[in-house]
Design a protein around this ligand. Structure first.
Ligand code: B1M
Length: 230
């Protein structure tokens, strides 16, 4: 994926530009990704399409090759860095919709898990939908979640897990909420690639969100239900 040195971005059609983004994300080229995101924006491509057809599609390819032992942790970290560089340009555009404030959410990855790209994306999309979002980062213990819920008076608790070994920790958090009588104070939404609706139901979360768009829909739905506006 290295024969692209003399590529003139302006000569590519949108599909070719997305494919180049996927290749450059794979190669961890953060500067090139930023140039390509600017090029796409300049053509009037929506931030949402750039995110999904360029960056997220590129990260999917990285995931497959990581699983298959073709890429290793340092390369995946470079790809993650390139993804974050692209997201840093898209973030204000995805967030600035002028939507009225819907409520307050906290989001963070569970204890033992340092994958944060997906939850950052969900946080951005929630902000764009009008939620006040407090992203509490990765590797969160029960205490971290409880503290953040209290500090921000959160309506929504969002938890992310990307590993089959860390997803059970979500149940630990929800069980603690139940034991401390706080379960009904908050809407619990969960997400991450290894999860499913059945898992969410099993641990008594309010909903499983397959992706960031789903997370926005779920947040709106459960906030409306809570306020009796369904
Ligand atoms: Co990791 N990793 N990783 N990794 N990594 C996966 C998850 C894996 C599936 C790769 C693979 O084998 N194909 C695999 C997990 C296997 C499993 O458990 N079944 C894996 C592994 C094994 C590991 C390590 C154990 C590797 C090792 O060290 N041997 C290690 C664990 C570290 C740890 O957490 N303790 C590890 C490390 C890493 C890096 C640090 C190198 C890097 C993370 C960098 C970072 O995040 N800052 C990394 C990456 C990048 C990945 C892959 C390639 C990409 C994840 C990603 O960012 N996807 C991933 C493979 C894959 O998922 N295809 C993989 C893009 C992102 C937009 O999608 O995160 O799914 P996603 O988020 C989506 C939805 O899931 C949903 O919405 C998001 C947007 O649409 N969503 C939510 C997510 N969270 C939500 C929360 C919500 C709602 C929706 O709340 C309401």
């Amino acid at each position: 994926m290295d024969e692209e040195k003399d590529i003139v971005l302006a000569e590519l059609d949108n599909q070719e530009l997305f494919e180049l983004m996927q290749d450059d994300l794979y190669d961890g080229y953060a500067d090139e990704i930023m140039e390509e995101v600017h090029e796409a924006l300049g053509r009037g491509v929506t931030p949402y399409d750039i995110l999904n057809q360029g960056l997220v599609a590129g990260m999917d390819i990285v995931g497959v090759d990581f699983r298959d032992g073709i890429l290793f942790v340092p390369e995946v970290l470079m790809a993650a860095k390139a993804m974050k560089a692209g997201m840093s340009i898209l973030r204000p555009l995805l967030v600035e919709t002028g939507a009225p404030k819907l409520g307050t959410a906290i989001i963070g990855t569970v204890k033992g898990d340092i994958h944060d790209i997906g939850q950052n994306l969900v946080g951005m999309m929630w902000e764009g939908a009008g939620l006040e979002v407090h992203n509490i980062g990765t590797n969160n213990s029960v205490e971290d979640y409880l503290q953040a819920m209290e500090t921000y008076n959160a309506d929504i608790l969002g938890m992310s897990a990307l590993l089959t070994t860390t997803m059970p920790y979500m149940k630990v958090v929800i069980d603690t909420l139940k034991e401390t009588g706080k379960r009904n104070d908050v809407i619990v939404l969960v997400g991450g690639a290894p999860l499913s609706s059945a898992f969410a139901e099993d641990i008594e979360a309010d909903a499983y969100c397959e992706d960031a768009t789903d997370a926005v829909e779920a947040a709106k739905k459960f906030l409306a239900l809570r306020r009796g506006i369904s």
